[in-house]
Design a binder for this molecule. Structure first.
Ligand code: SF4
Length: 454
């Protein structure tokens, strides 16, 4: 594998570059962990082109360079929001309804079976299911939901991966099941995750993280779990062999420094997960635990060591797969007076996430929230995944209209593949766990992940 320094740049704006990122560049080229103050410089510099170039160097090391066998991932999935009834009223949320509000819904199992049928008929490999914190649904509803997705798909000759429930929902379920104890919260979390896994849960999505800061938490989403509990849920999931994702919802009342602290907390949690998988790290300047990076030359990605030769074995220990930076959209929320982040801020935040989260194998440009053209640009500046052919996404959306057109977010596979190819990358359909999907129409199977040739 060539060194980062020898890889050709995809950028050409030398007159706009400055020298103040030289030490950061040297660290990136060696695959060393960046400090929080490095991150602050990346946010502060007017030289956004160099920030993007550095993020592209890392992305290209992990997943290949454009026009040189570099790959970008997409998947075929379907979203099922089982209920929008929520006990909380987070300020940035336009999704939730109270039980008797117009537009409140809770799906029954007939509805779920019909959604599974549509997913299987469209060739989906994944059902992504989340909802509000419903105050009245019993615990059994959730295990039945997961088992219904799994069993209906199997009865139709498919094997939909169930990615469901944010950390916030998992804690809510522990309370509904009356197993959550403040003095030993991981016991209740473990109880819930073990039973959901038994019912067919395959992984956890990354939502509900928002920004790991108590001030921001108390001002914008008080009542939701704090960062320590969110990280507990993901740690227990990893211990049980469940992979998870992570998000950061930025561009509202947080400071850029708080975004960096959020990223640092995530990468420390990932250090622990990767250590369980057998990775070893190096002591960092400001860290109290060995920093495990995936950005040093020759380091395998977790999916290259977690699965057996047939690609079917589940990892013995789970880990974070993907960081998904999510820009805040003010329309329709209680923070409507805020401007929200600009396109350049979105690009810079994603590039910095790629640089700071040196032990996350994947960075997703979630096209639903970034737009497909911006996701394409992000593929060249840090991202290696643009998510999939999502149908029905109404958690946070670009438009705040109440009609179906605002929530029916869908692109064809051909559009995703074209967007990736136009960005210079080879499109790779992945399943939820980043195993390549071999497809014949709506029939599919997975292969073992193999390192990208470089
Ligand atoms: S963000 Fe989640 S927890 Fe908060 S109000 Fe919306 S659905 Fe409920």
């Amino acid at each position: 594998m060539p060194s980062l320094a020898s890889q050709p740049s995809t950028h050409s704006a030398p007159q706009r570059r400055t020298d103040d990122l030289r030490t950061i560049r040297a660290k990136v080229e060696r695959g060393e962990r960046l400090s929080l103050s490095d991150g602050e410089r990346l946010f502060a510099t007017p030289d956004i082109w160099s920030v993007c170039e550095l993020a592209a160097l890392v992305r290209n090391r992990l997943h290949g360079a454009p026009h040189q066998n570099g790959v970008a991932h997409y998947n075929i999935n379907r979203h099922l929001n089982y209920s929008n009834v929520c006990a909380l009223s987070c300020k940035f949320c336009e999704f939730y309804r109270k039980k008797d509000d117009d537009g409140a819904y809770t799906r029954d199992m007939d509805y779920v079976r019909e959604e599974v049928r549509k997913a299987v008929e469209s060739g989906a490999t994944e059902m992504h299911s989340v909802g509000g914190l419903h105050p009245y649904l019993p615990w059994d509803y959730y295990t039945e939901l997961v088992a219904t997705i799994r069993d209906t798909a199997r009865s139709l000759g498919s094997d939909l991966h169930v990615k469901a429930f944010t950390a916030v929902e998992i804690v809510h379920l522990a309370k509904i099941a009356k197993v959550y104890r403040a003095d030993d919260r991981t016991a209740g979390i473990r109880w819930v995750l073990e039973r959901l896994k038994q019912a067919g849960l395959g992984s956890l999505p990354g939502g509900g993280a928002e920004v790991f800061d108590d001030r921001v938490h108390d001002e914008a989403f008080k009542g939701k779990i704090r960062s320590d509990v969110w990280l507990d849920v993901h740690r227990v999931a990893h211990e049980l062999g469940l992979n998870t994702n992570a998000t950061i919802l930025y561009g509202h009342i947080e400071q850029r420094r708080e975004r960096l602290v959020h990223m640092d907390m995530l990468r420390r949690a990932q250090d622990e997960a990767l250590a369980r998988l057998g990775y070893t790290g190096v002591k960092s300047d400001d860290g109290d635990q060995p920093a495990i990076t995936l950005t040093r030359p020759g380091t395998p990605l977790p999916e290259h060591i977690a699965f057996g030769p047939n690609g079917l074995d589940n990892p013995a220990a789970g880990y974070f797969q993907t960081i998904i930076p999510l820009p805040f959209f003010p329309d329709g929320s209680d923070l409507e007076h805020l401007p929200g982040p600009t396109g350049l801020e979105n690009l810079r935040t994603l590039a910095i996430a790629r640089l700071m989260l040196d032990n996350f194998p994947h960075v997703k440009a979630f096209w639903i929230m970034q737009t497909l053209p911006m996701a394409q640009l992000m593929l060249q500046n840090g991202a290696d995944d643009i998510d999939g052919t999502v149908v029905w996404y109404d958690i946070t959306k670009l438009a705040s209209r109440a009609d179906d057109a605002a929530t029916h977010q869908e692109v064809s596979i051909a559009s995703l593949v074209k967007a990736i190819r136009d960005a210079g990358f080879e499109p790779v359909e992945r399943d939820t766990l980043y195993r390549p999907v071999i497809r014949d129409g709506t029939r599919w199977h997975v292969q073992s992940p193999v390192p990208t040739p470089s």
